[in-house]
Design a protein around this ligand. Sequence first.
Ligand SMILES: [Zn+2]
Length: 682
Amino acid sequence: MSIFRSAALITLFACAIALNAMAPGENTGAADSTLDIDRSIQPGDDFYHYANGGWLKTASIPAGQPTFDTRAILAARTSQRVRDLIQGASAANSPKGSAAQKVGDYYASFMDESSIAAKGIAVLADEMSTIAAITNQESLSAYLGSTLNTEVDGLTANADHVFGAWVNQSFTDSQHYVFHLWQGGLGMPDRDAYLDPSPKMDALRAQYQSHIAAMLKLGGVADVDMKAAHILSLEIRVAKSHAPDSDAADVFKQNNPWKRADFPVKAPGLNWDAYFKAAGVAEQSEFVVWQPSAVTGTSALVASESIDVWKDYLRFHLLEHYAAVLPKAVAAEHFAFYGTALAAAQQMPDRSQDAIAATNAALGQAVGQLYTQRYFPPSAKAKAQEMVADLLAAYRTRIPTLSWMSEETKAKALAKLSTLRIDVGYPDTWIDYSKLEIVRGDAIGNMRRAEAFNGSLNLAKLNRPADPDEWRIDPQIVGAVILFSPNTETFSAGLLQPPYFDPQGDTASNYGSAGAGMAHEISHSFDELGNIYDSQGRLDKWWTAEDSARYHAAAAKLVTQFNAYCPLSSLCINGEQSLTENIADLAGLLTAHDAYLLSLKGKPDVVLNGLTGEQRFFLAFAQRWRRAQTEDALRRQVKTDTHAPGEYRSDTVRNVEAWYKAYDVTTANKLFLKPEDRAAIW
Ligand SMILES: [Zn+2]
């Protein structure tokens, strides 16, 4: 399942590390996949249960979780590996300046609660006195600029602090980085949390207000109840100016190029000179303002709201921002709202879990180096690159055969394919952390320095041409980042492990599993998600109206197929809602199969565990979708998700002639589709 917020960026499985609970024991999973087969089922009658029956019989959903699947297994396994690496680095005496020293000392300092307690809240004295010294719009604007969040990306809904910056190419110029300015400043997750009039959200707001008061009190502020009410009221007005969540899917609403000179005219209130100077971007001239209403609205509030309320707001957010590295009572109050009230978590997680997440956030590529040295060697990367080359070659052959694309559109698609950059595993050049000092025993200092270091790395890009080598996801995250702008896809080392991908394992299975997954993502560059971005990632609708009409006509058979799938008697799939993803599954499966054939270079594949290469390819595809889930989770997925449940995604094989041949599927089998009922889009 992917998170899909912005048309500019899709991220898959991101943040699995930070979110994941304790992992079970190490099990590298390069097991014989045929052991999971239920041989009492005919593959042509129910391919999903044939492929996964053995696994489904033993899979159990962990308590409190809605689902259990391969992704959860990989996230748990990887999380345990990362934990061991970080804790190992913390225990070792690594050379000063090495990746292991920085990672180990960052973690150890975060874990050193007695040192954090001894220093107390006084570690914020400098920031607190800067806030106290704010007297007017100019000094307020400068302080706000100094807290600009420079680490947001295309998935951010609400930046920590007033405004966030994403440094990326623009939607019209692929050669240069510009400053994408983001809405921010809310303590609760989004606009709706402030504006939804339901009693439930009303109660949540009351809890938030109490939380603000409690944090201020811990920070040594007086008159906290009145101040908390004013802060909430200010945030409600900020929230009113935020763009509605539904806008996030429409990139044309986000592409608002502003010049530096536009800010005081379009968004008066903030002293923009002071703001941008304090943010370190005084010279920046080109911006893309994603949510103009939020910039205008927040800026106006700088002028209209009392300076004292702003100062209390800043004190509260300062405490919130550093809560994890402040004395226990602050961290506990932070959890009481964000963990218990917002996420219904009963117990504060083990501190080591937060420490690992914080270390990953501060030193992502340093942890990534430790991870890949151990778990994803250059030979694994080379193997994955070979598969990518076969997938791209397969698309190059398949696109010219598409019946729904006009000749001119095919030429554009092929041009886009030729510039599509696919990266796997880890970067060739790592971030150089030599200028980032990590000192054992200084948790808050480490956090400040790491934020400043990562922020300046981002802002430094503004002065350089767009860098095609920019790496988008830490290797130790089980995930991928699919960007349309630029035209780039990055699959992490964490994702490329068994059973999805085994560098030493069976090629047929690798192509049927990870290969089909990657080919699915590649297809999005050419479908209704990617057809508004050209070969350079610039906004440009490159399908014709006729292409679109023929595409939908060809897709109708897939809608019919999925509408007929009913996991419960009262619950059927909505073939329209899941259509884009179902088409991508079909594209992915067909193209990965072509790529598998290319990998054989004309030689026959071996028989392994009694299965031919063709059989193993399709088996791996069906096993990719295995998942145990509660009935509630199933209902929620069918009603709200654009991805159908795995069982039906696995049934994509019904449209593929090679599957019928591989498993001798005939008219006598339940999954048999007459050739004229099979969808032919890709
Ligand atoms: Zn997809």
